[in-house]
Write a protein that binds this ligand. Structure first.
Ligand SMILES: NC(=O)c1ccc[n+]([C@@H]2O[C@H](COP(=O)([O-])OP(=O)(O)OC[C@H]3O[C@@H](n4cnc5c(N)ncnc54)[C@H](O)[C@@H]3O)[C@@H](O)[C@H]2O)c1
Length: 146
């Protein structure tokens, strides 16, 4: 499965040497480009890049709570609710009826993957899985109409 990770060139040397440490990954290329810009904006050094990664094992994937709770845009609202409802329907034991919330366990990555296209890879994702390094600016150009 191909996944994307947005980051900054300032981390690239270390990523190549040590692999990605607990990276967030997304199936949505444009989102990875936006996350790459966020990584650069933190201290305005480096250039935004997207790593295209080939994942062959899925056992390390975890539910991305931050992205489900605070998605990149409200365009995800409908899908997110759909997947929360699905989780509540499939696992009533996760539902807190008093507070009207659903607590999704870490191993259940498919719910954030479905809701906002994102998951956490727990551990070290070796640099040998990186298939391509793409300039985030080029990706964003193609989505300029959004
Ligand atoms: N980056 C993405 O593509 C991505 C994908 C899905 C969701 N998100 C969301 O964005 C938020 C922030 O994510 P983030 O990816 O900026 O994580 P983060 O804020 O934890 O920043 C960690 C940074 O360290 C870099 N890094 C990883 N391994 C490294 C290594 N060995 N040496 C040096 N640097 C290394 C990462 O590329 C990243 O830029 C999360 O809350 C998540 O929900 C991001």
């Amino acid at each position: 499965m191909i996944v994307y990770h947005g980051t900054s060139t300032k981390f690239l040397k270390q990523i190549r040497a040590k692999g990605l440490k607990n990276p967030y990954v997304t199936k949505i290329l444009k989102d990875a480009a936006d996350y790459a810009y966020a990584a650069v904006d933190k201290d305005l050094s480096g250039k935004p890049i997207v790593l295209m990664i080939e994942l062959t094992k899925f056992g390390n994937l975890r539910y991305d709570g931050p992205a489900m709770n605070e998605p990149l845009s409200s365009a995800y609202d409908r899908k997110r609710n759909l997947w929360w409802n699905k989780a509540a329907r499939e696992h009533p034991e996760w539902v807190n009826k008093k507070h009207g919330t659903v607590s999704i366990p870490a191993r259940e990555w498919k719910y954030s993957w479905g809701g906002v296209g994102s998951a956490i890879y727990e551990g070290i994702l070796g640099a040998d899985a990186i298939r391509m390094i793409l300039p985030a600016g080029e990706i964003k150009k193609h989505f300029a109409y959004e």
